[in-house]
Design a protein around this ligand. Structure first.
Ligand code: PMV
Length: 329
């Protein structure tokens, strides 16, 4: 029986960047905790169907059959689910990213979260949210957060087996919007996995990133608890700029930003100088996401849409956690 799951994407306000040594066990443990907002826009719908008798898994992504490294990463993840379920069946995975065409916003967060949910159910496992978050994390660190809606923390944890490294929803005394500003088309040049590993190995700023990160999480939590959007925005910008600083100082260096990214950042500063609260964050790509109050979203979106080079803007609010859409034919 096919099982279909949907997961929304999430954007980190306090970033995850870098991994903890797990002795080569493939647990995918982060070097730092993180705090995100699950969006009500954008996500991935994934259907998993057991294919008994087949020799290998099959993957269709956005209507195209995939092989090579893409299929390999999915098969490695499915092996974890097979192991947990005590089964060996191969499966067919069909996945559709619900993002503007070629926007390069498709994130591994919603993808691996939807895959974890659909595959675990297809193999007969009923995982609670925590177990699902731990499983999704093994596919992609950010995927652990998409299990939950709203503001979400991924705990760093201390255990060697990673069982205390899971996400949880964080209650918040504020509402916010994220204006997603598309600054380029096409796939990004440096994957987040490679980028964070390279920065961790070669950037002298990486130790400072890890050392100063816990204070950012404390500040962000306090801002959420007190409904202080300006404080949240300020610490969010601080976190993303420190993350990107590690890439500038890596050897060789690398940059996720394009001239349009910088123009969008300048526009955010101008909006703020005019008295409207707006703060920017960027991930492992050129796009800019702008945090603001719900009442300011239209003004912020219009200002960013007018920046030369910007391809489009979308206003996102807090969205729900992942869900099973269909189970059975
Ligand atoms: O989940 P990954 O392996 O794609 O890494 C995500 C890294 C960032 O998007 C840059 C930050 C984050 O916390 O989502």
């Amino acid at each position: 029986m096919p099982v279909t799951a949907y997961a929304h994407t999430n954007i980190a306000l306090v970033k995850y960047w870098g991994k903890r040594d797990d002795g080569g066990r493939g647990l995918n443990l982060p070097a730092v905790g993180s705090l995100s907002l699950t969006l009500d826009r954008f996500g991935t719908e994934t259907t998993v169907e057991l294919a008994p008798g087949h020799a290998s898994d099959a993957l269709t992504l956005d209507g195209t059959s995939r092989s090579g490294a893409e299929l390999g990463r999915v098969t490695s993840f499915l092996d974890l689910v097979r192991q947990a379920a005590g089964k060996s069946d191969r499966v067919h995975v069909s996945s559709r990213n619900d993002v503007p065409t070629a926007a390069g916003l498709a994130s591994s967060a919603s993808g691996f979260c939807a895959l974890a949910f659909a595959a675990s159910r297809a193999f007969g496992l009923t995982l609670d949210e925590r177990a699902l978050s731990i499983l999704a994390r093994r596919g992609s660190g950010s995927a652990a957060r998409s299990v939950f809606g709203g503001f979400v923390q991924l705990h760093l944890g201390t255990r060697e087996d990673g069982e205390d490294c899971f996400a949880e929803q964080v209650p918040a005394a504020l509402e916010a919007r994220l204006v997603v500003v598309r600054c380029a088309t096409g796939p990004k040049e440096v994957s987040s996995t490679f980028g964070m590993g390279h920065a961790q190995r070669t950037s002298p700023y990486f130790p400072a990133w890890v050392a100063t990160h816990p204070a950012d999480l404390v500040d962000a939590h306090a801002a959420l608890a007190h409904g202080d959007l300006a404080k949240l925005g300020e610490v969010m910008e601080h976190s993303t700029l420190k993350m990107h600083a590690t890439t500038f100082a890596a050897r060789p260096p690398f940059f996720y930003w394009t001239p349009t990214t910088l123009a969008a950042l300048a526009a955010v500063r101008e909006v703020r100088a005019r008295g409207t609260g707006a703060w920017a964050t960027m991930d492992a790509g050129p796009h800019v996401k702008v945090l603001c109050a719900p009442a300011d979203a239209a003004v912020v979106a219009a200002s960013l849409a007018a920046v030369p080079g910007v391809l489009g803007v979308d206003v996102a609010a807090a969205g729900p956690g992942a869900r099973i859409v269909r189970s059975g034919a």
